[in-house]
Design a protein around this ligand. Structure first.
Ligand SMILES: Cc1cc2nc3c(=O)[nH]c(=O)nc-3n(C[C@H](O)[C@H](O)[C@H](O)COP(=O)(O)OP(=O)(O)OC[C@H]3O[C@@H](n4cnc5c(N)ncnc54)[C@H](O)[C@@H]3O)c2cc1C
Ligand code: SF4
Ligand code: SF4
Ligand code: SF4
Length: 386
C-alpha cells in the first residue's frame, strides 16, 4: 500500500485514491493545504494497485512520445481571447475545437469563494472559467473518476493541468481509454497550497473590509504580460498585491515541486503550453505589444494532429527547440533555503506572521506598484484608461 514517508515523493495527483477498490485512501491536507494520501488500514486489502498507479517517478509513460517535441510560437488571432488568457490563448484555440466537436474539457476553475478546483465543461461558457493561470494547486477530488466515466461513455475528453496531474491521469485511465483522451499540460514552476491561498484572500478582505469579486493572477491590462502582476477586484475598487511575489520566491511550493520529474522535454502529455519567454528569437515583432505569446510543444502524434487541426485559429511560427528553453524545461525550481522554516512558522504562528516575515516585496517594488496604481486612477479619471 502507498506510504509517503517523504513529502517530496508525492505530487498529490489523487490517482492512488481514485483507483483504490476499497475506498481506503483519503487525500488529507497538511498545514499549507497540500493533500497527501492516508490509508485506512482496516479497509485496505493490500492489493498493491495504489503503488502501481503512482506515476510521480521517472518511469511515467513515455510510450507515445515523438523522438523530440515540435515547437511553435503561437498567438490566437482574436485579441480579446489573448487578453482573457495568460499567454497567447493557445488553450482556448485547442479547447474550442474539442467542444465544437461534442467533447468535454477539464481544467482549473473555481468553486465556492475562489477555491481552485478542476472542473468539467461541455460548453465554451463553462470552459471560459479555466482560462488564465491560477497559481495555486487545484483540487482534483473525484475528477479522475469523472474523466474515466466520460471516456467509458465514448466521449472525447481533453484534460488540461500540470504535468504531474496529466501523468497521474494517464496512469489511472490506462492504455485502452487513453485513445479518446487528449492530455494538455503546462510548463510548471510549482504550486502554492490551497490553505495559504484562502488565508491570503481572508487577509485582503479583512484589510479592505470588502469582499473580493474577481481575481486576475496576471493583469495584462494594467501591467502587460511579462510584468506578471495580479489584481483583485473588490466591490468598487481594484487592489494590486504580491501573491505572485511569494510564488516566485519559491518558498511556498509543494515539496514535490523541488523534486519534479517533468521539468524536461519528455512531456507526459500530447501538448504542452507555456509562456514563450524569448519569443524574440523567432520574430522580433510577434509579441511587440506585450499582450502574451504561447509556446506550444507537440509531444505525440495525437498532439500533432490536434494542433494541425486548430492552428488556423492562431498565428504560428515554428521554433527550434534550443530557442524555447526556459528553467522549468531543464530542472525543477530551486527552493528558497527557508522553505521548511516557512512551513514551520506557518503552523506555529499563522499566515499574517509569515506574510510579514517572508512575503513583503522590497520597498522599491512597492513604491513602483503604488505609482502605477495612482497613475491608472488618474488615467481612469480623465477617461484614458478603462
Ligand atoms: C501553477 C502554474 C505554473 C506555471 N509555470 C509556468 C512556467 O514556469 N513557465 C511557463 O512558461 N508557463 C508556466 N505556466 C503556464 C502559463 O502561465 C500559461 O498557463 C500557459 O502558457 C497557457 O496559457 P494560454 O494563454 O494558452 O491559456 P490560459 O487561458 O492561460 O490557460 C489556462 C490553462 O492552464 C490550466 N491551469 C490554470 N491554473 C491551473 C492550476 N492551478 N493547475 C493546473 N492547471 C491550471 C487550465 O486548466 C488551462 O488549461 C504555469 C501555469 C500554472 C497554472
Ligand atoms: S493496497 Fe489496494 S486496497 Fe490497499 S490502499 Fe492500496 S489500492 Fe487500496
Ligand atoms: S503522487 Fe499521486 S498516486 Fe502517487 S502517492 Fe501521491 S497522490 Fe498518490
Ligand atoms: S512543479 Fe511538478 S510537482 Fe509541482 S505542481 Fe508542477 S508538475 Fe506538479
Amino acid at each position: 500500500m502507498i506510504n509517503i514517508s517523504d513529502k517530496k515523493d508525492c505530487c498529490g495527483c489523487s490517482a492512488c485514491a481514485s483507483i483504490c477498490p476499497r475506498s481506503a485512501i483519503e487525500m488529507k491536507p497538511d498545514v499549507l493545504g497540500f493533500k497527501y494520501p492516508e490509508v485506512d488500514n482496516d479497509k485496505c486489502v493490500d492489493c498493491g494497485l495504489c503503488d502501481k498507479v503512482c506515476a510521480f517517478n521517472d518511469n511515467y509513460d513515455k510510450s507515445l512520445n515523438l523522438p523530440e517535441p515540435i515547437a511553435y510560437a503561437a498567438r490566437h488571432k482574436e485579441m480579446f481571447e489573448i487578453m482573457k488568457s495568460r499567454s497567447g490563448a493557445a488553450f482556448v484555440a485547442v479547447s474550442d475545437w474539442i467542444l465544437e466537436n461534442g467533447g468535454v474539457v477539464y481544467g482549473a476553475g473555481y468553486t465556492g469563494h475562489f477555491v481552485v478546483t478542476h472542473k468539467r465543461a461541455t460548453t465554451k461558457e463553462e470552459r471560459d472559467e479555466f482560462r488564465g493561470s491560477k497559481y495555486v494547486q487545484s483540487d482534483l477530488t473525484d475528477v479522475f473518476k469523472q474523466v474515466r466515466e466520460d471516456l467509458k461513455n465514448g466521449l472525447t475528453v481533453m484534460f488540461s493541468g500540470t504535468p504531474c496531474q496529466t501523468s497521474g491521469l494517464n496512469s489511472f485511465v490506462g492504455k485502452t481509454l487513453r485513445k479518446n483522451l487528449y492530455l494538455v499540460d503546462i510548463v510548471c514552476h510549482g504550486t502554492p497550497g490551497a490553505t495559504m491561498w484562502r488565508d491570503y484572500l481572508d487577509y485582503l478582505e479583512k484589510k479592505y473590509k470588502r469582499k473580493i469579486v474577481a481575481v486576475n493572477f496576471r493583469d495584462k491590462e494594467q501591467f502587460g504580460w511579462k510584468a506578471h502582476k495580479e489584481s483583485f477586484l473588490f466591490d468598487g475598487f481594484t487592489s494590486f498585491t504580491s501573491f505572485t511575489y511569494v510564488f516566485y520566491k519559491h518558498i511556498a511550493f509543494r515539496m514535490s515541486c523541488g523534486n519534479c520529474h517533468f521539468c524536461n522535454l519528455t512531456r507526459p502529455s500530447d501538448l504542452t503550453l507555456a509562456d514563450y519567454w524569448g519569443w524574440q528569437r523567432v520574430d522580433n515583432e510577434f509579441n511587440a505589444d506585450d499582450k502574451g505569446c504561447s509556446l506550444v510543444l507537440l509531444n505525440t502524434e495525437k498532439g500533432k494532429e490536434l494542433f494541425e487541426t486548430v492552428k488556423d485559429k492562431m498565428s504560428v511560427i515554428p521554433a527550434k527547440l534550443e530557442n524555447v528553453m526556459q528553467p522549468n524545461l531543464e530542472h525543477p525550481s530551486v527552493f528558497h533555503p527557508k522553505r521548511l522554516d516557512f512551513e514551520r512558522d506557518y503552523e506555529k504562528y499563522g499566515f499574517k506572521y509569515v506574510l510579514k516575515k517572508y512575503g513583503q516585496e522590497p520597498l522599491y517594488k512597492r513604491a513602483y506598484m503604488f505609482v502605477r496604481k495612482c497613475g491608472s486612477k488618474v488615467l481612469r479619471k480623465v477617461g484614458l484608461n478603462k
